[in-house]
Design a protein around this ligand. Sequence first.
Ligand SMILES: *Cc1c(COP(=O)(O)O)cnc(C)c1O
Length: 376
Amino acid sequence: MSIPYNLLRVRIDTNAICSNYRKLHQAGGQAIAVVKSDAYGHGLKKVANALAQAGCTRMAVGTVDEAAYLRDCGFDGQIMALLGTHNAEEDLECLRRGIIPCITHVEQLQRLALTLQSQSAHKPFPLCLKFDTGMRRLGFAAAETPMVTGILRNAPGLRAVMVASHLATADTPEEEAFVHQQGREFTTICALLAETLPPFERCLANSAAILAFPDLHLDAQRPGIAMYGGNPFHATDWEELGAGLLPTMEVQAPVLQVRDLAPGDSVSYGRTFRATEPMRIAIVAAGYADAYSRGLSSATGNGPAMLLHGCRAPIVGRVCMQMTAVDVTHIPQTRSGDTAFLLGGTGTEAIRVEELAAWWGTISYEVYCMLGMNRR
Ligand SMILES: *Cc1c(COP(=O)(O)O)cnc(C)c1O
């Protein structure tokens, strides 16, 4: 999970994560902290421990293996496996370790019933039923509701403690109507299920819906990105709704060398950047092998930047495998050994994750997952 030999340093602010978590838990009423994919690159063990300390008793991961690891970390609260189980072995692992799998299709539910039968288990097997209301990814179709309740009626050991669905456009103001459509479909499905099933929790909202759609908070919510300080509404009309979340990840690398350029000099492979006047550049020890994307290369020096001495230092030329050049003409105190921030840093010019993501042509989620791999 980590690259031990590079010069990048990733710092995780678990206090900030906990503070964001509390804010979202308060807003929605019942937050299930989403810590899948190594807590969005922040480190599952460390994040889970901090959240548990902060009073979080419910977490969600993707795979059953992640869930088992979270148990191994000592978390004794509720764990959901969003990607569900895929064979009897995983079913039993969930049963044994108190992991709640999201069950998303009929064969899976039938297999689970069989697995449980073969065990003649005495305790009920809690599961989450996931319905598709518009993502067209995982989940039962609304029309399958009678089949689902039929299977559950004949498998008294299976206990649907939660019913969930996932929103496709909660972070996109122009697609608000689709959010409400999914919300209506979900509450209809839940009402139908409630006619035959014992009581269950309804869980629909992700970060964006917690912040923007109070009517969709229902019984429990699943905050992810906002817990890690990402504003789901960055660069939209609703940006204000996600303001005030604290940044949680900082990535730095040292300056290897500082050098002066004469007019006409070019920088890095392909000579894509050419100096038109005297300038000074710093060579920073971070490149695409460290998941600092080559897409951040700049032929103009007007786009992507790092932070040095509290000032923006724009990238010049192509990002290399382990090095990147930045313009420090306006930061003359820069020396080799200085710290350059790829993400974060202090002061008003600190680099926000959404900003880096926009330069990168992606979203905050991917920036975290990629740069997070440099954690040690
Ligand atoms: C990742 C994930 C979330 C969290 O979404 P954010 O947009 O990060 O808040 C919630 N639910 C499911 C099913 C997910 O996969």
